[in-house]
Write a protein that binds this ligand. Structure first.
Ligand code: MN
Length: 325
């Protein structure tokens, strides 16, 4: 399909590149590293070859979220956003940008998002899960009340917020002890990110700020497949939910979330997601360079869905969500 737009597409700067080392075989690292540091070279070659017209770029993970010194997190976020803005300016028809944010400090994060959207022309934010603070083993999740003024700014700016995975901290990873292959994209990324998304929903955040749009990658991090069970467990008891939010989880997923195909190139999974949230809330993405543009595009272009849905998912949903011209 011509004219595809991808929105979980990563780059790195020298300060954050090492965060992506160690996820793949060491022999792959030199190539992965060069792909992460490249924007205008090999990347455009892949995009041209597989008909990806635009990538909406974001920093690698966990990057800013793993910098426990808040001043340093803010400094690197600003630096990486400035570098990204320069790259986008060189080729705005092929690249747009999502902001990295120092979520350690909700006020600094709101200010940086405002700067990125209003001054730099960014189309949203991408944050890599919970943030670490200076006290050891701290992990802050964004349903906490100190983040609600930040979310107000997100709603006012009317830009989407991509909740991207990271691994849980070692102290929170006991279930994976002795099974390191279950960390990362195999399972831990999805578990960590799905629970974070459900925390946002159940906290009542979207009752307070109903226009916020959260994007989840990897075909929704498992949530679509489990959506009925989340809202209907122990159905015979007819007990209402005990969380602060006013409605069923499925209602929020269908009104406050978008889902991308990043790193999950499977028609069966796409069709389940289509049946749960509809074609208007699913967007093509690759997760380059951790995944190959070729794998994403060759699968998507040929997937057994309607051509009308392919056009929405591959292109027009992104144009609408990010208000691209
Ligand atoms: Mn990713």
């Amino acid at each position: 399909m011509q004219g595809k737009i991808g929105l979980e597409e990563h780059f790195a700067i020298e300060d954050t590149i090492e965060d992506s080392n160690g996820f793949l075989d060491p022999g792959i690292w030199p190539e992965l590293k060069s792909r992460l540091l490249d924007v205008q070279g090999k990347r455009i070659g892949f995009m041209d070859q597989y008909e990806v017209e635009m990538m909406i770029l974001s920093l690698n993970a966990p990057a800013i979220q793993a910098i426990s010194d808040t001043a340093r997190a803010t400094e690197i976020a600003i630096k990486s956003n400035d570098i990204l803005a320069e790259e986008v300016a060189k080729n705005p028809k092929r690249f747009q940008a999502l902001a990295a944010l120092p979520m350690q400090d909700p006020e600094a994060a709101a200010l940086e998002l405002q700067r990125c959207v209003k001054d730099l022309g960014f189309v949203g934010a991408l944050v890599n899960g919970f943030s670490e603070l200076e006290e050891e083993n701290s992990a802050v999740y964004y349903d906490l009340k100190q983040y609600w003024p930040f979310w107000k700014v997100v709603e006012e700016l009317d830009v989407p917020f991509y909740l991207h995975p990271r691994n849980p901290l070692p102290i929170d990873s006991r279930i994976y002890d002795g099974h390191p292959w279950l960390m990362g994209p195999t399972w831990a990324f999805a578990q960590e990110t799905a629970v974070h998304a459900l925390r946002l929903i159940c906290s009542g955040l979207f009752d307070e700020y109903p226009k916020i749009q959260i994007i989840l990658g990897h075909m929704g991090e498992g949530i679509p497949f489990n959506l009925w069970r989340i809202d209907n467990r122990n159905g015979w008891v007819k007990a209402p939910p005990t969380y602060p939010a006013k409605r069923l989880v499925a209602d929020y997923i269908q009104e406050n979330f978008h889902i991308t195909t990043s790193g999950n190139f499977r028609t069966q999974t796409l069709i389940d997601t289509l049946l749960e949230v509809g074609a208007d809330r699913i967007l093509f993405s690759t997760d380059y360079p951790f995944e190959g543009v070729e794998d994403a595009a060759l699968w998507f272009d040929d997937a057994s869905i309607s051509e009308a849905d392919r056009l929405k998912i591959g292109r027009t949903n992104a144009q609408k969500l990010f208000k691209l011209d």
